[in-house]
Design a protein around this ligand. Structure first.
Ligand code: URA
Length: 215
């Protein structure tokens, strides 16, 4: 139904295979060819950062620079992400960064549902292993997938959600602010809110799963 919250995409589909650490999961993925992106990508982009970070960012999929370097958010959007992190006193090495897809879709097209379905168990396992208290969903695609909704990021940003015991904060994708300057200020504001969500004591947690306005 339009606009309705459903089950998180992270817990749908095949059960995530279990691993003892991120290195073993990465090793298991190997030179992944589980979907057709395996034959068009340059490098598989697994994830980067503190393996036990309290804050995990999830974007959509690697772009051209990420595909070349094998690391998420290293292009222009990534530089803005670094700036946003610095604005709340964090460095890339203190958080964990991953994407819904681990391989670049050709020409940066949108991820296909079958690609998302095949890749999600591995993202879900990354989330379980890192075990962040807070997930920042970057942009429409990641937010819709993680929250299991078809509502857009403009309606969801500025709010706090709970998914499987974790706080989820939807935020504009940094790439959106590269083309629309008005989104830049909103992004910096949203990062301030993210900082306060990180610092929020657990006793302030909403008692039930769902959403809580942050504005
Ligand atoms: N955009 C994303 O969603 N992820 C990246 O890693 C880079 C750009």
């Amino acid at each position: 139904m339009s606009g309705e919250m459903k089950r998180s995409g992270l817990s749908k589909g095949a059960p995530a295979p279990r691993f003892s650490d991120l290195e073993s999961l990465r090793e298991h993925l190997g030179d992944c060819a589980r979907c057709s992106l395996g034959s068009t990508r340059g490098r598989l982009v697994f994830g980067v950062g503190d393996p036990h970070a309290g804050l995990m960012f999830i974007g959509e999929a690697p772009g051209r620079n990420e595909d070349l370097q094998g690391e998420p958010f290293v292009g222009t959007a990534g530089r803005l992400l670094d700036e946003l992190l610095a604005s709340i006193g964090l460095a890339r090495s203190q958080v964990y960064i991953a994407n819904v897809l681990k391989c670049r879709p050709p020409g940066n097209r949108d991820p296909l549902p079958e690609e998302v379905e095949l890749c999600t168990p591995y993202l879900a396992e990354q989330v379980r292993l890192v075990d962040p208290k807070v997930i920042a969903a970057l942009g429409n695609h990641a937010t819709r997938h993680i929250l299991g909704t078809d509502r857009g990021i403009t309606a969801l940003r500025g709010r706090l959600f709970q998914v499987d015991g974790r706080r989820v904060v939807p935020i504009f994708h940094p790439a959106a602010a590269l083309y629309d300057q008005s989104k830049r200020a909103v992004l910096f504001d949203d990062f301030k809110r993210l900082r306060s969500v990180l610092e929020m004591p657990e006793e302030n947690e909403p008692a039930h799963a769902g959403q809580m306005p942050l504005l």
